[in-house]
Design a protein around this ligand. Structure first.
Ligand code: NDP
Length: 481
């Protein structure tokens, strides 16, 4: 049954947009070489002008980070660093509503998700890592692990503030300083984060934010003054960065694409599994590296499960991301929409059967309806390539062994889901799935204490938890942190 909802729009008045934003270098907003515009993907209106950082700007940012590293941050006792991280976490909470609205305006994701997931989790990452700052000697890496130095971080557009938190919180807790480049289409919350660093009195140069496009990212990762690179984004760019960092001596962690299998056995509670499938692929318009984009369903329940799934999909509300009732927001950019359209057209051309929920799409902005493909074979592009949109490819299996074979038949290995009432089957599956994260009877659950990362072309290194600290520490030395 479909319920009609009265509109419940969140107010934009909590956000004060500046006409233009500079680069955040050495604790101040400064001018750069040129500017570009960031738009709302839901309306295509221009939100603000943002600075494009060129070679000299990146040089300045790296120099500021180096100075802050040597003079202040690496020599500050961990308990003092921890206080700054706690302060940042509290400020993120205090400004949560403003940040959620801004994230939704710049990214297109539903306000419900930025309000309930992105911003609270970003604050949680700072709280969690604040606690580690004075306990690194007890993290299991020897008594005195040391920071690495200046870290260059490049993040994508799907969870802008959250990815920033995943990168900056552990780096700072471990005593490193950072230069971070947000994605070209979603720079605004990173720039408000820069204001929060000022509010927290964070020493100048500990965090530097350089906005720009891929060329700015290239300059940053190739810069000789960077000791470690941390990247989240596409596998293609990840490979380029790995080449750029080879033989440079830089430490590198890569969190890349995924094509997760969500495996549903015939003893699963169908309604719960349907909610998990919907959350797995339609959360954040499917712009999620660990999205459950391949549904593997046991043949005996395939018809029943697919009917229930389509019924549920017909109740999803697509539209204004600022409306608190909206489930599916806008696609983040025109190029991303083009990519989703190209891959779904290839699915039809290769013989899979497409079904899209019948929902009207707004006239302006970038939109794609929640879509399911059945009759998918493992060789189809839609079963192999990351679509990064609200598109689910369905395959069937008969035995657990066949499920494992199909689930692992991908170049990626970031995440997976298993739905069954049998605990022994969950353990059997989890030990055979080549995926960094395996969720059992749930999907897309995140916690700062839980390490996240991939196998194969999904990258290497972990973010979050004790494991995530190791990526920002030199564990071979003996000096005090
Ligand atoms: P990219 O991998 O291109 O972008 C990620 C970040 O890297 C952005 O900040 C980007 O800048 C920057 N960047 C781009 N090129 C370089 C480079 N040569 N050196 C250093 N940094 C660079 O992802 P896209 O936004 O182009 O998305 C393309 C596809 O990637 C998507 O369709 C999706 O399949 C996948 N993707 C996967 C993500 C994941 O988390 N697994 C996240 C995002 C995308 P800018 O945005 O300014 O170009």
């Amino acid at each position: 049954m479909r319920f009609e909802y009265a509109p419940a729009p969140e107010s934009r008045s909590v956000v004060t947009l500046r006409d233009s934003y500079g680069l955040f270098i050495g604790g101040e907003f400064v001018a750069g070489s040129s500017v570009f515009k960031t738009i709302s993907p839901a309306t295509e209106e221009v939100l603000a002008e943002v600075t494009h950082a060129g070679p000299e700007d990146v040089d300045r940012a790296v120099a500021a980070a180096r100075q802050a590293y040597e003079r202040v941050w690496s020599v500050m006792p961990g308990r003092e660093r921890g206080k700054y991280l706690f302060r940042i976490a509290r400020l993120l909470q205090e400004r949560a509503r403003e940040l959620a609205v801004l994230e939704t305006m710049d990214n297109g994701k539903p306000i419900r998700e930025s309000r309930d997931v992105d911003i609270p989790l970003a604050a949680a990452h700072f709280f969690y890592h604040a606690g580690w700052a004075d306990k690194l000697g007890y993290a299991g890496f020897g008594p005195s692990p040391r920071p690495l130095g200046v870290v260059g971080q490049v993040i994508p557009w799907n969870f802008p503030l959250l990815m920033l938190a995943w990168k900056i919180a552990p780096a700072l807790a471990c005593g490193n300083t950072v230069v971070l480049k947000p994605a070209e289409t979603t720079p605004l919350t990173a720039l408000v984060f820069a204001e929060i660093c000022q509010q927290a009195d964070l020493p100048s140069g500990v965090v530097n934010i350089v906005t720009g496009d891929g060329s700015t990212g290239q300059l940053l990762v190739a810069h000789p003054g960077i000791d470690k690179v941390a990247f989240t984004g596409s596998t293609a760019v990840g490979k380029e960065i790995a080449r750029a960092c080879a033989v440079s001596g830089k430490r590198l962690t890569l969190e890349l694409g995924g094509k997760a299998a969500n495996v549903v056995f015939d003893d699963s509670p169908v309604d719960q599994a349907v909610e998990g499938i919907v959350n797995g692929i339609f959360f954040n318009q499917g712009h999620v590296c660990c999205a459950g984009s391949r549904l593997l369903v046991q043949e005996s329940i395939a018809d029943e499960l697919l009917s229930a799934l389509k019924r549920r999909m017909m109740t999803l509300r697509l539209g204004d991301p600022m409306d608190k009732n909206t489930d599916i927001g806008a696609i983040n950019s025109r190029p991303q929409l083009d990519k989703i359209q190209e891959l779904t057209a290839s699915g039809e051309a290769e013989g899979a059967e497409r079904w899209s929920a019948p929902c009207p799409l707004p006239d302006r902005g970038f939109w794609f309806p929640p879509t399911v493909f059945t009759g998918v074979s493992a060789a189809h592009r839609i079963a192999q390539e990351e679509i990064f949109g609200p598109v689910l490819s369905v395959l069937t299996f008969r035995t657990p062994a066949e499920a494992i074979e199909k689930a692992n038949n991908t170049p990626y290995g970031l995440s997976a889901g298993v739905w069954t009432e049998k605990g022994s089957l969950i353990l059997w599956m989890a030990s055979r799935l080549r995926a960094g994260v395996v969720w059992a009877n749930t999907f897309n659950r995140f916690d700062p204490s839980s390490p996240f990362g991939g196998y194969k072309e999904s990258g290497f290194g972990r973010e979050g938890g004790r494991h995530g600290l190791e990526a920002y520490l030199d564990v071979t030395g003996s000096a005090d942190v």
